[in-house]
Each structure stands twice: as structure tokens, then as C-alpha cells.
Design a protein around this ligand. Structure first.
Ligand code: GLU
Length: 469
């Protein structure tokens, strides 16, 4: 089925809240989101929380937080399947009425015996259709006191297929598909059935989901057909592999989306990187969210599994850091400095970001660097002092302090010029002054460019520390 030019594209992301949102889920959500945005359609969020044993409110919250962090707000929802039970029961009753579903009184043990029998005969294990109504067939009498399940009366002839948006044509013989249980003995609907009713009610036009659902699709299509519902188009996204070619898992590092926030990745870098995992626009590696929306097309989704590449993610993140304004980086890094008991207001944090951002891959690395300015000052250790702060060094530093105090302009340029002049005057090379100066002012032997460090630390602090030597 193709969407006519006038119908609104409606996509959905339908996570089961059984844990945090993982990278694969986030990427599926992103494709659905981008597809809806590209077509100026509607992106629906649906929480599939019917697995009461495994679903938790914390997982729901984690999913909502991750979606918000990545900037994929739904246009509709979140809808919760547990709040739609009446609707599912209503549709089940209607199907029973219409004869597209039927009560089956076979006990689980009986069904297992049927399967065993089929297996023994070299056939596919399946329910044998004892309770399936057919024209001219007399059904057994329901056993007293046994509550039936409801089974979908799946077509037995022909094939069910679709033209997958990613994988191309896929088809299953109907004879391969069992009469699916759509309601348990207590009346609660089953997973595939809820998905069908939701996709129908929510008028979903395009289902993009992980390819672990390919086997569910023919069953869902058959139920939709039985309901007289329009079929969405389906696209099944291949999974993400780790750098070693195995299914991406914790072994490969963090798979929880929010871990990446903690580690200092920018959401825009994450979006860019995740989009490239299985989707491409020519050779473009770096693009904005707006460009992704403009370019997104299911035709450019790849059939083969994508491979997680942490180095590339770092490269993408470094790009976004470099292109972020100093002020915005300061805003993003400030809470991280506070978390480490530092004071983000101790210096001009924007200037610190400007100094560090060309070489940082994550916000955490920027924070590491910023602690030189915002963390507590620890004077040089006696060992380093003994090694580097001899009399000659102290003379140099005293000369520097005197001349620096007289500077009218405390800029990086002015300080660099002063350092250069001193080196010439004393006939020494940079390390002879650079190392003692760094040690005296920061307590550390290695820092970013010393002129900039001194400028950011400010006249007062620098002179005070030099005086205390
Ligand atoms: N709830 C399913 C999952 O988390 C997704 C179902 C679907 O997209 O149809 O795997």
C-alpha cells in the first residue's frame, strides 16, 4: 500500500518499558521521528507496558528522559497500552462476533501434545485447529469449568507478504502461521494483538521497527485485514553490531542512551551519529538535525547491519564541541564542574571553553580541563618545586611578576609578548620560564598555552600565587 500525497504520515515509536532506552531503540525512534518530520507528519509515542512483570515506572521515565534529551518529542502520546484494555476487549468481542476469532478450550498441555505429535510426524509444531470453527464442522463441547483463550482465525491458504521499506519484498506462507492466541483465559490481550489495535486506532501509516519483529508482521497484517483496517507500510531496521561484529551489548561499552549524556556527549552529536548508523545521504558524515529531517528517506536505509564505532562517535562529538559557541559550552559544562565541587564562576568559563574546545572529544574532557581554573588550587608539590624551582627559575619568575604587575592590559597577547621579551632578555628558551611559571601559578607542570592560562586566571590570582613562592 502506498500513501497518497494527501494523507498525513503517522509514525510511532513503541518501546516496551523493561529497562533503559538502548542505542538500538533510540536509533529506531530517530528514524520514525525523522520520517514523520520529513513528511510534516505526526510522531506518536506508545509505551507497550502490558508485560506487567518486566515493565517498571522507572523504565518509562528513563525512556521519556532519553527521548527528551535527544530532542525527539512526540506529537501525540505517550499512550500507555495498560490504559487501553477496554478497547482491546471491545475489539476481541467484535472479532468473536464476526467469526474472525474463536474460543479455544485446549489446555496448554493439550497444545503441547499437539505440537509434539506434529514434530514426531516431521511437521512444523502447531496447534491442530481442534476448536477452529469451519463450515459443516461440529465443535467439541466446551469442557466444564475451563476458561478458553481466544485465537485469531488465521487464513490457511495463500501467503501474506509486504514490500518492506528496507528489506524489499517479504512473504510468509499462511500455512506457516498458527492461529495466534489474542486473549488469555483471563481475557487479557496478547502482545501482537495490542500492537495491531493500536496501530489501527492511532492511524499509523508507517511502522519502522527492529528486524526482530519481522516474524510478527505477517500475523499483524492478517489481523489488520480481518479487522478491515488499512495496512501501514513496514520497514524493518537491521540491528546494530559491536565493533567485533557481534550484536551490540554491554560488553562493547555503554548501551544506555543516558550514559552518553553522563559521559559528555552532545545530543546533537548523538543524533548525527545514530542517524548514520544504517542511513546515509551520499558521503555526508556531519549534518544538522534540520538537514537530517530534510534528507531523510527510507530508500537510503541500509539492509545490512550497522557497526558501532566509538572512535567515530568521538570524532562526531568533537566536531559538535568545536562548533558550539563558548557561551553555550560553558553553560553545558558548568553543572559538571559543580558536580565535582568546582566553582564555574571562578573565572570566565567561556574563555576556558574557547581555550580547550579544539582538543576535547567530550564535555567531560572539557570539565577535566576546566577544573584547572574552577577547582581548588593546590600549590606546587615540594618534589616538583625542588626539581624545577631553583634560584635561576625564581629570579626569572620574580622578574616576570614585576613586569606583569605593570601591564596595563592582561590579555593573552600582552602576556605572550611579555614572556617572549623576558626569554630574549634572559637568553633562555621557553621551558626554562614556561615550566616554573606553570608550576608556580597552577601547581601543575602541564597546562594549555600559558599566556591564555594566565590571562584567564586573572592578574590578582597570578600575582598572589607568584608572591607566595
Ligand atoms: N514494543 C516492541 C519492542 O520494544 C516494539 C513493537 C513494535 O514496534 O511494533 O520491541
Amino acid at each position: 500500500m502506498t500513501t497518497s500525497a494527501t494523507s498525513v504520515v503517522r509514525t510511532r515509536f513503541a518501546p516496551s518499558p523493561t529497562g533503559y532506552l538502548h542505542l538500538g531503540g533510540a536509533r529506531t525512534a530517530l528514524f520514525s521521528w525523522a520520517f514523520a518530520r520529513h513528511h510534516k507528519g505526526v510522531f506518536v509515542l506508545r509505551i507497550e507496558d502490558t508485560d506487567l512483570e518486566r515493565s517498571t515506572p522507572e523504565a518509562v521515565q528513563a525512556i521519556l528522559d532519553s527521548m527528551e534529551w535527544l530532542g525527539m518529542q512526540p506529537d501525540e502520546g505517550p499512550f500507555y497500552q495498560m490504559q487501553r484494555m477496554d478497547r482491546y476487549r471491545e475489539v476481541i468481542a467484535k472479532m468473536l462476533d464476526d467469526g474472525t476469532a474463536y474460543h479455544c478450550y485446549s489446555s496448554p498441555e493439550e497444545v503441547e501434545a499437539m505440537r509434539e505429535k506434529a514434530r514426531a510426524a516431521g511437521l512444523k509444531p502447531r496447534y491442530d485447529g481442534t476448536w477452529r470453527p469451519e463450515a459443516g464442522k461440529t465443535l467439541p463441547a466446551p469442557p466444564a469449568g475451563r476458561k478458553p483463550v481466544v485465537r485469531f482465525k488465521n487464513p490457511q491458504e495463500g501467503a501474506t507478504g509486504w514490500n518492506d521499506l528496507i528489506k524489499g519484498p517479504i512473504s510468509f506462507d499462511n500455512s506457516e502461521l498458527d492461529d495466534l492466541i489474542i486473549a488469555r483465559p483471563d481475557g487479557t490481550p496478547t502482545y501482537n494483538f495490542c500492537v495491531v489495535v493500536d496501530d489501527w486506532d492511532m492511524k499509523i501509516t508507517h511502522v519502522l521497527r527492529g528486524d526482530d519483529h519481522v516474524n510478527n508482521t505477517p500475523r499483524q497484517i492478517n489481523i489488520l485485514r480481518a479487522l478491515g483496517a488499512a495496512l501501514p507500510e513496514y520497514g524493518h531496521v537491521p540491528m546494530i553490531l559491536g565493533p567485533d561484529g557481534e550484536k551490540l551489548s554491554k560488553r562493547h561499552g555503554a548501551v544506555n542512551v543516558m550514559e552518553y549524556d553522563k559521559e559528555g556527549y552532545l545530543p546533537e552529536a548523538m543524533i548525527n551519529y545514530l542517524a548514520r548508523l544504517g542511513w546515509s545521504h551520499g558521503n555526508d558524515e556531519l549534518f544538522t538535525r534540520e538537514q537530517l529531517v530534510e534528507w531523510f528517506d527510507t530508500r537510503n536505509l541500509t539492509k545490512s547491519a550497522a557497526q558501532w564505532d566509538p572512535k567515530k562517535l568521538n570524532w562526531v562529538n568533537a566536531h559538535y564541541i568545536k562548533h558550539c559557541s563558548d557561551a553555550e559550552l560553558a553553560e553545558r559544562v558548568a553543572p559538571r564542574i559543580r558536580e565535582r565541587q568546582g566553582d564555574p564562576g571562578a573565572v570566565d568559563l567561556g574563555a576556558v571553553m574557547g581555550l580547550l574546545k579544539d582538543r576535547a572529544e567530550t564535555l567531560n574532557q572539557l570539565t577535566d580541563g576546566a577544573m584547572l581554573f574552577c577547582g581548588p588550587y593546590t600549590p606546587v608539590s615540594p618534589e616538583l618545586a625542588a626539581e624545577h624551582l631553583d634560584d635561576a627559575a625564581k629570579t626569572l619568575l620574580a622578574d616576570f611578576a614585576g613586569k606583569a604587575a605593570a601591564l596595563s592590559d592582561w590579555s593573552t597577547e600582552a602576556l605572550d609578548a611579555l614572556i617572549k621579551a623576558l626569554l630574549a632578555e634572559h637568553g633562555v628558551k621557553m621551558p626554562k620560564l614556561g615550566i616554573p611559571l606553570r608550576l608556580a601559578v597552577t601547581g601543575q607542570k602541564q597546562t594549555p598555552a600559558i599566556g591564555a592560562v594566565l590571562s584567564i586566571l586573572g592578574r590578582e590570582r597570578v600575582l598572589e600565587r607568584l608572591a607566595a613562592l
